[in-house]
Design a protein around this ligand. Structure first.
Ligand code: CA
Length: 223
């Protein structure tokens, strides 16, 4: 899943970006509040990690302005241990969760996964559709309890579908979720990944909606 990281501390930002990438997140990193707001308005991120003390525009101001304009991207704020008032204010104006510095990478990742699940109305730790189960934490997929080996992109694509089961996703939306800045996208990349997912997971899982996009079937059709 693709997230925006807003952190001005170069060492911490670099460490978080590298660590989260290793755990399977696609991370776009900005270093000031204005850039954070611009990117969050321009792009559909699965979630954002927002430092509160940011140059150009304070993290709390960014959050407030986003929520005022009904931008509902799940936001996790990073706060210093002694800044309880900021944390409370952040939650009050629409942050979904927070992590206290120094950041524990695995805690941050788990909280992000939980935020994204909740934002999609999926309280369970594992996502399911038909006979397929996807575990976002261990990044494993099973079909009828048998492990299926997927590439990174195939996994990310399946996860994007699972989170939005029953909704049609356009190729453009899928590309946005699968590729971060600077990653080149072949024009038929999504089609190729979908072809591979169908080959590995069965033909009935992903339904083509002609001229619009694709939709994941959570249950087998009744007719
Ligand atoms: Ca800072």
């Amino acid at each position: 899943m693709r997230i925006l990281l807003a952190e001005d501390d170069p060492l911490l930002g670099d460490g978080l970006r590298a660590g989260l990438r290793q755990l399977g997140f696609l991370v776009d990193w900005v270093r000031d509040g204005e850039a954070a707001e611009r990117e969050l308005r321009g792009q559909a991120y699965a979630a954002a990690v927002l430092d509160l003390g940011l140059p150009r525009k304070d993290g709390l101001e960014v959050l407030e302005s986003l929520r005022k304009s009904r931008n509902l991207t799940p936001v996790l704020v990073l706060t210093a241990r002694d800044m309880v008032a900021d944390r409370v204010r952040g939650l009050d104006i629409g942050a979904d969760d927070y992590v206290v510095k120094p950041v524990d990478l695995h805690e941050l990742a788990a909280r992000l996964r939980a935020l994204v699940r909740r934002a999609h109305g999926q309280p369970q730790e594992c996502l399911t559709a038909l006979d397929i189960t996807l575990d976002p934490a261990s990044r494993t997929v099973r079909r009828s309890d048998v492990l299926v080996s997927l590439s990174t992109r195939e996994f990310d694509l399946l996860q994007a579908f699972m989170l939005s089961a029953g909704r049609v996703l356009s190729r453009e939306q899928l590309e946005q979720q699968l590729y971060s800045w600077g990653q080149e996208v072949d024009s038929n990349a999504i089609e190729v990944h979908i072809h591979n997912l169908r080959r590995k997971l069965g033909n009935t899982l992903i339904h083509t909606v002609r001229g619009v996009g694709y939709m994941l079937m959570r249950e087998a059709p009744t007719t």
